[in-house]
Design a protein around this ligand. Structure first.
Ligand code: MN
Length: 241
């Protein structure tokens, strides 16, 4: 039960589980005991769909290597980096909020673990699009949905080297788009952009090189065909509370 309780707290009970931004972001862990059992024995979260589920936009071979090699390595290295330290019992949102005090291993692997969980869950086919509430907020912030996509695409294209593009919600509940280098994310105290993630795109070359080679822009365009808006809508609603 204890391990399950942690996984539930982290939104990782099942692969398809909603990863609550409340858990990772602004919610102060009044129930820190719920993650007290975070141990190296806990399971690597399953991918919420088959490797070929996002074809042809994201190919099965890329998904397999990305999930089973890259993501798994971040998970394993994160667990090893916090093993036997005080971070072992700290909620991951608090680890992120105090990241400037932690090692590069915790920063890179903790971010690598968490960012991919968000990413897998905000991908999928067949969602019904942004909710009326989120659509209205997007229009208010960016002028139109197309302008939002253009802003997001530019953030993804202009991130030099490896990193992530984000749609996130600020502490004042307004929307923003930006990018982070390497495995940083907007929950980290040392990040230049700060907020709760709603939608993310991995722009590391390992995310697209097999199919798109150097053409990051083509991968970014393809991404919009497999955004799981149902998940993004849920994160937005949770973050508003
Ligand atoms: Mn990746």
């Amino acid at each position: 039960m204890e391990r399950r309780k942690f996984l539930k707290a982290a939104g990782l009970v099942t692969a398809a589980a909603y990863v609550s931004p409340k858990i990772f972001a602004d919610e102060k862990s009044s129930d820190a005991s719920s993650v007290g059992d975070f141990s190296p024995a806990f399971e690597f979260p399953a991918l919420p769909y088959a490797y070929d589920a996002l074809e042809p936009y994201i190919d099965a071979r890329t998904m397999e290597i990305h999930y089973d090699k890259h993501h798994r390595a971040y998970f394993t290295n994160f667990v090893n980096a916090i093993k036997g330290t005080s971070l072992e019992t700290m909620p991951i949102n608090e680890i992120f909020a105090s990241m400037s005090k932690h090692s590069d291993a915790v920063r890179n692997n903790g971010g690598g673990f968490y960012n991919h969980v968000i990413f897998w869950n905000n991908l999928g086919k067949g969602s019904s699009g942004a909710s009326p509430e989120l659509s209205a907020a997007i229009t208010k912030t960016f002028g139109s949905f197309d302008k939002f996509k253009e802003t997001f695409n530019n953030a993804a294209k202009s991130r030099f080297g490896s990193g992530w593009a984000w749609l996130y919600i600020n502490s004042d509940k307004t929307l923003a788009v930006g990018s982070t280098p390497n495995q940083d994310n907007p929950l980290m105290d040392l990040s230049a952009i700060k907020g709760t993630p709603l939608l993310t795109l991995d722009v590391w070359e390992h995310a697209y090189y097999l199919k798109y080679q150097n053409k990051r822009a083509d991968y970014i365009d393809a991404f919009w065909n497999v955004v799981n808006w149902d998940e993004v809508n849920k994160r937005y609603q949770a973050a508003l509370k």
